[in-house]
Design a binder for this molecule. Structure first.
Ligand code: 5RP
Length: 225
């Protein structure tokens, strides 16, 4: 069911893509459905070029024949499509479950329009049940974790297999057990004030259009609705 909803949201987002566009290409299983549908359009002749937000997405694009663009060569992207781990009524999000938050935020900031696709389980009343990913430098990571804990936020260093997970940027991720976040902007500012924190998975003004797959429908909302 969740996978069907992801597919429905991903396929609905493809309808927003126009020939000739430059795209931001997010990361995750929902985005994979979008890319698959986009690959099909490309196969039928649509011309688009995209900046991938992870090595994983770049690899998938190669497989699907979607042309990639060097991020350094673009000023603005026309449209960015990405997933989310949680999204609230004000389109504020937690992202980074897939570990790509830094590139995702950079690409979102460079995009004229950000479209977020998700299954219905991601829509929440209040952010914070999903552990908030925070990307940190590796040097002194114990100290950084302690500083964050001194602010009252417990965290776990993300591990894959037996070793710390390393992002595409060569950093570590702390998954922070914040619990319900009453003021996401204040938390974002506090976390970003810790030396060694590169960025957080709080995306507070990075969504213009939200497409939620719910049952067999794609529900689309624009920020101003
Ligand atoms: C990756 C992300 C993903 O968009 C988020 O984790 C959602 O993933 P999925 O579509 O697999 O549920 O932020 O860093």
């Amino acid at each position: 069911m969740q996978n069907d909803e992801k597919r429905i949201a991903g396929e609905a987002a493809v309808e927003l893509v126009r020939d000739g566009m430059t795209l931001g290409l997010g990361t995750g299983s929902t985005v994979a459905f979008f890319l698959k549908a986009l690959g099909e359009k490309v196969r039928l002749g649509m011309k688009v070029r995209g900046v991938p937000t992870s090595e994983r997405t770049a690899h998938l694009c190669h497989q699907l024949g979607i042309e990639l663009l060097d991020f350094a060569s673009v000023d603005r992207l026309d449209l960015n499509v990405d997933g989310a781990d949680e999204v609230d009524h004000d389109f504020r999000m937690i992202k980074g479950g897939g570990g790509a938050l830094l590139r995702e935020k950079l690409v979102a900031l460079a995009s004229r329009r950000n479209v977020i696709i998700a299954d219905s389980s991601k829509a929440v009343e209040r952010l914070g049940a999903f552990p908030l990913p925070v990307e940190i430098v590796r040097f002194g990571h114990h100290q950084i974790k302690r500083r964050i804990e001194e602010m009252g936020v417990r965290s776990t260093l993300r591990i894959t297999g037996d070793v710390p997970y390393i992002t595409d940027n060569g950093h570590y991720i702390l998954d922070c057990q914040t619990g319900p976040i009453p003021d996401p902007a204040a938390l974002e500012a506090r976390l970003k004030s810790v030396t060694g924190v590169v960025d957080t998975g709080l995306f507070l003004c990075h969504c213009h259009t939200l497409i939620i797959g719910k049952g067999d429908e794609a529900i689309r909302r624009n920020k101003q609705d």
